[in-house]
Design a protein around this ligand. Sequence first.
Ligand SMILES: Nc1ncnc2c1ncn2[C@@H]1O[C@H](COP(=O)(O)OP(=O)(O)OP(=O)(O)O)[C@@H](O)[C@H]1O
Length: 248
Amino acid sequence: MTARHVNVFYGANQAIADVSIDVRRDEVTAFIGPSGCGKSTFLRTLNRMNDTVAAARVEGEIRLDGADIYARDMDVVQLRARVGMVFQKPNPFPKSIYENVAYGPRIHGLAKGKADLDRIVEEALSRAGLWSEVKDRLGTSGTALSGGQQQRLCIARAIAVEPEVILMDEPCSALDPIATARIEELIHELRGRYAIVIVTHNMQQAARVSQKTAFFHLGRLIEYADTSDIFTNPREERTKDYITGRYG
Ligand SMILES: Nc1ncnc2c1ncn2[C@@H]1O[C@H](COP(=O)(O)OP(=O)(O)OP(=O)(O)O)[C@@H](O)[C@H]1O
């Protein structure tokens, strides 16, 4: 995905100012920065989640495989399948584990019948590292799983429609350390197959899971570089101050 000169406003307040960035398919990109700097707002521009906020207005250009995602003829439902999202709080549908994963492929017409749908569900749950834990209880409610399992179910739900990009907005902030480690492992396993963008407050997590890191401050993209450079050799003073804990 490429973003060029993106501005986002909530009414009269500007939350994102002139952000340009490329997100590559074979990498995990972490968005870091102090609270309120616009990480989530910018993340949400990448699959037009901001459309759901009446006061939000996006300017600039964002392209997915060259196509302008804000173009009038862009099918937003299709876009959100190609650019999936995993939220801070796991939000499975109040339906069975199977239905949580099968819903997307069914509405997007990806399955050629029941056996094919079963295969897609198994594959998505396997890739999300959840299959062995749930294969004998696919009919039970997704909301009855543990928080970490629910988050992996949400990742399986995103994967099931074969996205190109997965956006993760602080996916571990509601999870304990063990469930967090499991999600981080999963991010490693999924890398290469999907472009992954993760917003995180946890700098160790950014350093562990990502290859590229973008540091935001007051709505601007201050520095975007290899994660190892951001954490060991930042070019900007503000990045250095943030990663050394001087503010944030
Ligand atoms: N729905 C909204 N309506 C109005 N203003 C909003 C809305 N969402 C975010 N903002 C404002 O936009 C700015 C950026 O917020 P955003 O949530 O994107 O930051 P963030 O870096 O993700 O913060 P955090 O790390 O605390 O989640 C803030 O000033 C915030 O108050």
